[in-house]
Ligand binder design. Sequence first.
Ligand code: CDP
Ligand code: CDP
Length: 224
Amino acid sequence: MTKPIQIAIDGPAAAGKSTIAKIVAEQLGYIYIDTGAMYRAITLKALQEGINMASNEEAGALLKKTEIDLQPSENGQLVFLDKKNVTEEIRSQNVTKAVSEMAAHSSVREHMVELQQQLSESRGVVMDGRDIGTHVLPNAELKVFMSASVEERARRRFEDNTNRGFHVPVEELQEEIAQRDKMDSEREVSPLKKADDAIYMDTTSLTIKQAADEILRLAKERLS
Ligand code: CDP
Ligand code: CDP
């Protein structure tokens, strides 16, 4: 049997990473890991416990006593925080607005990277996030940096929210996305950045199928 490969998909918010990563993983029979969900889960707990989110020490200490578990499901992945299913709750605007501050802490990132590397050890994996190709899976056989115009990304998030029954104006979403991309790109510890050996993919005018097919084609090239 061909040795499974590791696929890293990075890029800014709402570029299509998780939707496409899920399809690619399913087609290849690999596991899918949404690392953003892990940062969202610890942010939810920080909000619930009212810790000082500006403190690297407090954020790291909180994560050490927290259990974050990802389980595959029909729709991709379920997220458990201390055994409670928080899959929907972590997508709230409160969490979205606070997550980049938590994710900037070195104490949080070091622990998360360890967890993510353990989850993907010796198996076929598609992992999406911001630092997968640069830090978490530096030897991944296939790295993709996915992006799209900020207007298109805000439009997509608007549709996602509408389908979930939330109504946030598209202008507010665009502003929040731009602000989060800026924080993620400018932080000191493993900022959002294209790995030198990543393939750039602009999904602005691609359908989900076109983008997934292209990644599957690249994966098959590496598998053969
Ligand atoms: O789905 P969306 O693009 O809105 O975001 P996400 O993938 O759920 O990630 C939420 C946030 O977690 C990002 O804005 C980053 O601040 C952080 N993150 C990170 O720092 N490193 C990762 N590998 C994944 C997410
Ligand atoms: O994971 P990330 O934040 O990068 O994006 P996502 O949550 O996978 O995608 C955001 C939304 O854009 C989802 O509703 C996707 O179905 C949609 N999308 C799209 O319409 N066209 C694409 N080429 C990619 C994603």
